[in-house]
Design a protein around this ligand. Structure first.
Ligand SMILES: [Zn+2]
Length: 461
């Protein structure tokens, strides 16, 4: 690689293309091509999310990508919130459309008119659906692959419930799901309650999951929202209670996106390239045969590949004869494959393999009778990534210098008033992200002295 991770911005732009996750040359600003390696990574993440949602009783749906102006124009702050970000279709062939169509920026306006038809009485509740789709937002800021794009791979959950408490319980389920997803991705996070003036348009409240990037800036990688009855009242989503009385449903959402890939790249990568967490890696183990004097190298390597596959591990052999083993080591390290297996003369005679973890310098020998140990190696890599990234997040919170870069994170105890946040924003030159729920403590506001809580100030992407 040309750039060191110390130059995070340049490093990031270089690695996403060098490792063939994406091709940025598509001729529309902010819209990039998912290359097979990158799309496999995204799909592995999707699959973990999809499986968990289904276990938790969500139905998977696929709504049309277009939302009519009429559907959108329910008098509502939600619409105002998205006004500047919509892509509009105004023509069908040569004819102007009577009702302009927006490319979905998220799917509330698409789904809730249908929820209105689907939900009749309490026996239809809770309703839980999710979809994994593209959404489009006309981003005017500087675009960057996976972090800020105009064509976004999006994962959205929508639920409807009988009571506010039921909706609150749903948010607790989201939290458990999120814990699981981030455990697999080995990414630490802060749960931050966005201030009143920065919540999702139309929500009662918004909790964001922010992580800290190597540049010392924060990246929002997930959000959960309590909608109360706000959306239901606008879209007239009603149900009959057991006693026959009619009421509006209570709703929640949970959103994630390709930013999960951005976080994985940024948080785990190093000067050599990517390090992909084992359970989402497109290739978990790469076998590199080293030609020598012993006969039967290819057959031996092939038998190892078969054995590893039997344990459900995604393994590939690099038997290209136009490249040296050294070249292949560098290539697959740059691509972030968690485990490398080297096979040469010695391994053939000893009936062993040599194992190298992407996260450690040394190598280990494993007997071909104990190939199941590959699973332990994968677990080790994941555990190392978790420990490293958590330490970086905590060092950042404690104001320590990270990777030779000045952290741009400040925590202050603050109340809920905008005046106090404004005062602190002026003092720090950073943005008030909200109160930190999962870390930090209650205390007295450092501006006015009223009750407050540890709050996060940062420069968000
Ligand atoms: Zn205050």
């Amino acid at each position: 690689m040309e750039y060191s991770k110390k130059n995070f911005s340049e490093w990031y732009n270089e690695i996403v293309e060098l490792s063939e996750l994406t091709d940025k040359r598509y001729p529309i600003k902010g819209m990039n091509v998912w290359m097979p390696y990158g799309y496999d990574l995204m799909k592995n993440i999707d699959e973990i999310i999809r499986r968990r949602f289904k276990e938790d009783d969500f139905g998977e749906v696929m709504f049309p990508a277009l939302i009519s102006k009429t559907m959108f124009e329910v008098e509502f702050e939600h619409i105002k919130g998205f006004e500047k970000e919509l892509f509009w279709i105004t023509k069908g062939g040569r004819e102007s459309l009577e009702d302009d169509l927006a490319m979905r920026p998220t799917s509330e306006a698409a789904m809730y008119p249908m929820f209105r038809l689907w939900i009749r009485d309490h026996s239809d509740l809770p309703l839980r659906v999710f979809q994994i789709v593209q959404v489009w937002r006309y981003e005017t800021k500087h675009t960057r692959p996976f972090m800020r794009s105009r064509d976004i791979h999006f994962i959205e959950c929508h639920t409807a419930h009988e009571t506010y408490d039921d909706a609150e319980k749903q948010l607790e389920i989201y939290r458990n799901q999120w814990n699981y997803f981030t455990h697999i991705l080995c990414i630490p996070y802060l749960e931050v309650e966005r201030p009143e003036w920065d919540k999702f348009p139309g929500a009662v409240y918004t909790r964001a999951f922010d992580t800290i990037m190597p540049s010392g800036r924060t990246l929002q990688i997930g959000t959960i929202h309590q909608y109360g009855q706000n959306f239901a009242k606008n879209y007239e989503v009603k149900f009959a209670r057991e006693d026959g009385e009619s009421d509006f449903v209570y709703q929640t959402t949970f959103g994630m996106s390709e930013r999960l890939v951005a976080a994985v790249i940024s948080i785990h990568g190093d000067d050599i390239g990517l390090i992909i967490p084992p359970y989402i890696a497109p290739i978990q183990v790469i076998i590199v045969p080293i030609p020598g004097k012993e006969p039967g190298l290819h057959e031996y390597a092939q038998s190892i590949l078969t054995k590893i596959t039997e344990f459900g591990i995604r393994v590939k052999m690099d038997d290209r004869d136009s490249y040296t083993p050294g070249y292949k080591y560098n290539y697959w390290e740059m691509k972030g494959v968690p485990i490398r297996v080297e096979i040469g003369d010695r391994e053939i005679t000893e009936r062993t393999i040599t194992v190298k973890k992407r996260t450690a310098k040394g190598r280990s020998k494993v007997s071909i009778d104990h190939i199941e140990e590959m699973k332990v190696f994968l677990d080790d890599v994941a555990q190392t990534l978790r420990e490293r990234s958590l330490k970086i997040l905590e060092d950042n919170l404690n104001g320590l210098k990270i990777q030779q870069q000045e952290s741009q994170i400040v925590t202050k105890i603050l109340c809920y008033r905008k005046e106090c946040a404004d005062a602190m924003e002026t003092e720090t030159g950073l943005t008030m992200m909200g109160h930190i729920i999962n870390k930090g403590k209650n205390g007295k506001c450092e501006v006015c002295g009223n009750d407050g809580r540890t709050s996060l100030f940062s420069r968000p992407y």
